[in-house]
Design a binder for this molecule. Sequence first.
Ligand SMILES: O=C(O)CCC(=O)C(=O)O
Ligand SMILES: [Fe+2]
Length: 361
Amino acid sequence: MEVKGAAHVQWSSIIVPSVQEMVKEKIITTVPSRYVRSDQDKTDVVDDSGRLSTEIPIIDMKRLCSSTAMDSEVEKLDFACKEWGFFQLVNHGIDPDFLDKTKSEIHDFFNLPMEEKKKFWQQPNEIEGFGQAFVVSEEQKLDWADLFFHTVKPVEIRRPHLVPKLPLPFRDTLETYSTEVQSIAKILIAKMAKALEIRPEEMEKLFDDVDSAQSMRMNYYPPCPQPDQVIGVTPHSDSVGLTILMQVNEVEGLQIKKDGKWVPVKPLPNSFIVNIGDVLEIITNGTYRSIEHRGVVNAEKERLSIATFHNPGMYKEVGPAKSLVERQKVAKFRRLTMKEYMDGLFSRTLDGKAYLDALRI
Ligand SMILES: O=C(O)CCC(=O)C(=O)O
Ligand SMILES: [Fe+2]
């Protein structure tokens, strides 16, 4: 276990100021230059009154689970993962009152006094805690956001000053939330394997209960006086297996790239937004797509979200599923361990799908 913990030390992000604090401390009318993103075109959004937004697939978890053979809901899931890489998940079975409680406690957590939050701030050479991710140089432009990132599983590598020290009842709420979301992820991944006729054991071995990995990223996007000048989260694809995202408040801001245009996501009440990450794109030999997405911010309102990431364990080897390659004849990505994959990832800035491309054969 020592070794696993040590593996994390080299993954870090340069420590940057809290945007939430900056906005709280003084009335900002112009955005500091470190946040001005003239490199990001915010006008490239679909302009057909949200037609594409309403086409983002919706998957019904109850129907998915009651299916025995390759039926319509599994087919819908397959289509969503191939064509969109994103879908909304409804009827997921998690108690809406519990989700409301989770949302309100996440909100309270970001609103703790700075004195309290400092205890949970990123430390040099660490990636977990409050801060930002993927900051590798002082010159780099920053996102208009604070985040809190932490490992949920494996439990042995949890940072002792983070989750174990979180205030109650938030700590317990997050624990329950992660368990609930984990079971959803497992079912979805199994259904994907079924749709693609990947041998179930192959997927189970990667995402089993014993040594699969789970982490969480809570995002806080403060209101911004010049929302067009900044970006809440830089365009990226998730460098994980599967992401289950929950919008914590009613403010929209997530956009996904579809046919070269940005499509705003309009979250349904009581739903999760699920997306394929780069690792699943690799495992499915490029059949399921890990789609670029970004977050825009709002002039008046703060926005919050929580992303839960599901990954194979650190020492598992990932590559295109063998049972799939047998049929498709070519492997499109090279094989590597999750640790090699993560080491490569954290030595880069977030740059769309460039890292995945580098792993192509
Ligand atoms: O805030 C959002 O809706 C998206 C966040 C996100 O993409 C991430 O945390 O990976
Ligand atoms: Fe993401």
